[in-house]
Design a protein around this ligand. Sequence first.
Ligand SMILES: Nc1nc2c(c(=O)[nH]1)N[C@H]1C(S)=C(S)[C@@H](COP(=O)(O)O)O[C@H]1N2
Ligand SMILES: [Mo]
Length: 256
Amino acid sequence: MSSQENGRRRFLRRTLAAGSVLLLTGCERLSRSEWFTRILASAEKLTLGTQRLLLPRKAMAQEFTEADLSPSFRSNGTNNPDNPDYHALAANRFADYRLQIGGLVAHPRAYSLDELKALPSRTQITRHDCVEGWSAIGKWKGAQLSRVLEQVKPQPSARYVVFYCADPMDETGMRYYESIDMEDAWHAQTLLAYELNDEPLPIGNGAPIRVRVERQLGYKMAKYVMRIELVDRLDNIAGGRGGYWEDQGYEWYAGI
Ligand SMILES: Nc1nc2c(c(=O)[nH]1)N[C@H]1C(S)=C(S)[C@@H](COP(=O)(O)O)O[C@H]1N2
Ligand SMILES: [Mo]
């Protein structure tokens, strides 16, 4: 490492240390949602690079027990995509659903819901944090995205995984989509979830498949996933910032 870089790191560490003291003292007096707003307003400036210094990316998100489950898991954002193709799939209990996976992979393919359910699964009880100031603890079961990646084999040039959703276009012609990097894509807790609290995933929560990427905020967890694409850049997709909310100014790396 050059001495210039060294100096920059030292500066960064000092700045972060000062920032955390402020956050910690502030925390005691703040409710959870105020705390969130505060984190978003100040610590949002932490880049992915600084997050990497603070927390190993392989770290697991906290998991909880059945006793911690929220009485109900609310639905937020789109709760039933107003889209005739989606309604037709739902009417047939998603028997005709096919999750397309392509882009920078050696073996593009499509998965039926049964094929996804036949992959090795993971079950995890985690806390979901929405920027709007609410949280809920739920139990998720799904195929690990890593298992799917093992089958489709990302090309070395693949840097991001993009999820396209069934949501209809909004007033400005944009649709919901999201993206994560390969590190999160291979993470053990990153799931293509098809069950919530031991029941088939409800439509309100993203049926038939929604993403869980547990160390990030709720808006990263794409619901109604119809197509997955591996890409080497995000700036040529939709608004160019890697997600529906990111295109409107939210952070792409929404670490919690
Ligand atoms: N396709 C799609 N995915 C989405 C959204 C959405 O509106 N459409 N909302 C996001 C936001 S902001 C949150 S907090 C969570 C809400 O998940 P839930 O409905 O299961 O509570 O989904 C995220 N994924
Ligand atoms: Mo959210």
